[in-house]
Write a protein that binds this ligand. Structure first.
Ligand SMILES: Nc1ncnc2c1ncn2[C@@H]1O[C@H](COP(=O)(O)OP(=O)(O)OP(=O)(O)O)[C@@H](O)[C@H]1O
Ligand SMILES: [Mg+2]
Length: 316
């Protein structure tokens, strides 16, 4: 079997709606993803993330170029690909007329699980996703958030080697989101590869081993978090807590021309793009004649990198 989960070469998807200009939703992407990692696709609305995932999961065909999942071409070997993947796409993909339990059992059967295993695993995922009480209800009668749970829960039933998740956490509460994050992590330890898209940058930051940032169908940046941080060339976040909030602090912060800042009770947070030495100077300027209880200086967050990269692209 191929050592790569994904191999994408010069992939293009053009949508040509009747009477409207054609859209190059994916515009010449080439990249590969090794097996056993969590790979994040990030980008603003309309960047082409879902379109890319739809091609990789065989739901739509590329206009040009090629893509392989575990070495199988998504067009010529679509069935081989489908057997080896599980996906949660943005549009609802649960069987609406079946009950929650039957959704799981049907899915498990499709993936070749024995009935006893299917029953045991279904019960377990229903428990994790707090769906036990909904087991006998038809999916079409559930709220949007619960339908989403059914979709996401399914991928933990079978052991397909590659998982695709398109904004899986939409509509989930914070506790469930945390749980799912650690479940996903555990899946990669079993050797599964996870390809996910997200708008929630802190989620990507926490979860993804490798990230590709897309804009207008093209690659903007690629790498693990540390590589991306280097790209951002010196964005620092400073958090300072004072014994009491100094008067006129907002004006002082603005005078430093930060990328952003916030004030919360006695704590200020501020992000600068500057040389390290200058950042330390700025911190001491803010601390002058004030009682500082706590100071923390961090490198860039993914959010800052993302914003900066997108602004850079707009200016070109
Ligand atoms: N079926 C379609 N027909 C025509 N255009 C489409 C179709 N699907 C997507 N597009 C266009 O392709 C571009 C990429 O859309 P896509 O849904 O892939 O973006 P996305 O990155 O997933 O965005 P979001 O973050 O909003 O989910 C957009 O300009 C969109 O309008
Ligand atoms: Mg999308």
């Amino acid at each position: 079997m191929s050592e790569f989960a994904l191999e994408v070469e010069k992939l293009v998807k053009v949508y040509a709606p009747r009477g409207k200009p054609a859209i190059r939703a994916v515009d010449g992407l080439s990249f590969s993803v090794p097996r056993g990692i969590i790979f994040g696709l990030l980008g603003p609305n309309g960047a082409g993330k879902s379109t890319l995932l739809r091609m990789l999961t065989t739901l739509t065909q590329p206009s040009e170029g090629s893509a392989r999942v575990l070495g199988f071409d998504v067009v010529r070997k679509a069935l081989e690909v489908r057997r080896r993947i599980a996906s949660v796409i943005q549009e609802t993909a649960a069987e609406l007329f079946l009950s929650v339990r039957d959704n799981f059992l049907t899915y498990a059967k499709f993936h070749g699980l024995e009935r006893t295993t299917a029953l045991r695993r279904s019960a377990a995922v229903m428990e994790t996703f707090q769906l036990t009480e909904e087991a006998d209800r038809k999916v079409q009668d559930l709220s949007g958030g619960f339908r989403r749970r059914v979709q996401v829960a399914k991928v933990f039933l079978a052991e397909t080697p590659v998982l695709f998740l398109d904004e899986y956490s939409t509509g989930m509460d914070a506790i469930l989101k945390r749980q799912v994050m650690s479940l996903l992590r555990a899946e990669t330890q079993k050797g599964r590869t996870i390809i996910l898209t997200t708008q929630v940058l802190s989620e990507a930051e926490e979860l993804c081993d490798d990230i590709l940032i897309l804009n207008k169908g093209k690659q903007v940046a690629r790498g693990d978090l540390n590589t991306l941080k280097l790209l951002s060339q010196g964005v620092y976040e400073v958090a300072m807590t004072f014994d009491r909030l100094p008067e006129g602090i907002a004006a002082d912060l603005q005078a430093l021309v930060p990328l952003r800042y916030s004030v919360d009770q006695n704590t200020i947070e501020i992000a600068f793009k500057a040389e390290e030495a200058r950042v330390l100077e700025m911190v001491s300027e803010l601390a002058r004649n004030r009682r500082v209880v706590h100071v923390e200086v961090r490198g860039a967050s993914l959010e800052d990198i993302f914003v900066e990269l997108m602004q850079g692209r707009e200016a070109q």
